[in-house]
Design a protein around this ligand. Structure first.
Ligand SMILES: [Zn+2]
Ligand SMILES: [Zn+2]
Length: 250
């Protein structure tokens, strides 16, 4: 049965790790009638969430594509919020690739001196996302798959289904054929496109993306995680490009 429920994606941060163009780092808020969750949580995410008018207390879950700082470094500030400003009523669910719990605790330990003991962080439930093992994360169906971005750790693309709506998030990735397969039929494909031309670094470049555009059968395509050269060529990009503060109806 087709869903008639509207879901919204709020672009809280569509920049790269360098803050290119003054854009916030990775953070995408999915708003459904009864659920609010993040895809990635870069260092600027809490402030962008507040700027967008959301109460952090409403956040049900954070799904992480990988454990680079521009994608998970903001969790420490959510922990502070829940420890000192608003205690959580329900545990925060944090789902990410293997190593997520260790790195999130270590991050908080380094930044604020606590995190190894459960009493030092707000109520949190960690979920490990393994490639090709679908998971139920607080009622959100997540199909994670490995993407080529890190050699020493697992980076994930995330296909997320909630209320009959499907979002594919590439995370950070070199262009890979599996994106075509996973994008088929989704309501929104949020695809990183850091580079304009091919260059060293495991990211999608615009030439590779446009060469495959007619093979991408998704309802909406939105480019994100844009680097400086992409922004210099902003006016000639044909697929829709994310902007901080943008709201997409899904
Ligand atoms: Zn990144
Ligand atoms: Zn990365």
């Amino acid at each position: 049965m087709l869903s008639t429920i509207t879901m919204k994606l709020h672009i809280l941060g569509c920049g790269d790790a360098f803050g290119s163009g003054g854009r916030n780092q990775s953070g995408y808020l999915v708003e459904a009638d009864d659920k609010l969750f993040l895809l990635d949580c870069g260092p600027t995410t809490l402030l962008a969430l507040k700027r967008a008018g959301f109460d952090p207390q409403r956040l049900d879950a954070i799904l992480l594509s990988h454990l680079h700082g521009d994608h998970f470094g903001g969790i420490a500030f959510f922990f502070l919020e829940y420890l000192y400003i608003q205690p959580r009523l329900e545990p925060l669910v944090i789902a990410g690739p293997p190593g997520t719990e260790f790195k999130v605790r270590a991050l908080f330990q380094l930044m604020y001196g606590g995190g190894t003991d459960d009493k030092e962080i707000p109520p949190t439930r960690f979920v490990v996302l393994q490639p090709d093992e679908p998971a139920d994360v607080n009622g959100i169906a997540v199909a994670p798959f490995r993407v080529p971005h890190q050699s020493d750790a697992v980076s994930l693309g995330l296909k997320v289904t909630y209320d009959g709506k499907r979002i594919l998030f590439s995370g950070d990735s070199l262009w890979t054929e599996s994106l075509i397969e996973h994008a088929r039929g989704v309501d929104l494909f949020l695809c990183e496109c850091s580079f304009y031309r091919q260059q060293p670094g495991m990211h999608v470049n615009y030439q590779a993306l446009t060469a495959n555009l007619d093979r991408l059968h998704c309802k909406q395509l939105l480019l994100t995680h844009l680097g400086e050269e992409m922004l210099l060529n902003r006016n000639e990009l044909s697929p829709q490009v994310a902007e901080d503060g943008m709201v997409i109806e899904i």
